[in-house]
Design a binder for this molecule. Structure first.
Ligand code: ADP
Length: 175
């Protein structure tokens, strides 16, 4: 029997957007089992805690797993990516590519990861054109200025951002 094809889709997911969900759906079509690794990434000072991000990714990818008939597991991680991939038996790392701006960084990372572990292949997927411009960072910025973020993230995530912004404003007055 052929070896089970395990894919790992790592990211910060602060928070999960329709772009991430679209990439998850595409990745699910390529593997037998998909692990979404939510990086602690403390250096990026995420808006949402690791637990909050994991829970949101779990809730928003459940339907994808059902629709695609593929097991999707969401886990936090705080390790070297290649070591994590090895630990969970992943041979494929999935990354999304947006614009040219993503390319330089992703190209370097994939290249260095290939040296660290040549058995693991990085594949790049593109989201549907309407989701390509979406970036978590911009969604948070738009929300902070009271803009409408409904086209970029699922309703529950939008609500979570509003709650977070209100809670933060409880402590100080922005602007
Ligand atoms: P990281 O800090 O690892 O870049 P992100 O959560 O920002 O974490 O992104 C995780 C992955 O998802 C990255 O490969 C990123 O390029 C991809 N991604 C995020 N948004 C989109 C999008 N709108 N279209 C395609 N790929 C995306």
């Amino acid at each position: 029997m052929a070896e089970e094809r395990v894919g790992l889709y790592p990211g910060t997911f602060d928070p999960i957007t329709y772009g991430h969900i679209d990439i998850t759906r595409r990745a699910a079509k390529l593997v037998d089992r998909l692990v979404i690794g939510v990086a602690a990434n403390a250096s990026k000072a995420p808006l949402f805690s690791l637990d909050e991000r994991v829970n949101m990714v779990r809730a928003e990818t459940r339907a994808v797993a059902e629709q695609e008939g593929v097991g999707i597991e969401v886990q936090p991680f705080d390790d070297l990516l290649m070591r994590y991939a090895e630990r969970i038996g992943a041979r494929i790392i999935v990354r999304g590519l947006r614009a040219v701006s993503d390319f330089e960084y992703e190209f370097q990372m994939a290249g260095m990861n290939a040296v660290l572990n040549p058995k693991v292949e990085t594949v790049f997927l593109m989201a549907d054109a309407k989701y390509q411009p979406i970036a978590s960072r911009l969604v948070k910025e738009i929300a902070a200025y009271g803009g409408n973020i409904d086209s970029f993230i699922p309703p529950r995530v939008a609500q979570a951002i509003q709650n977070k912004i209100m809670a933060e404003r409880g402590g100080y007055r922005a602007g």
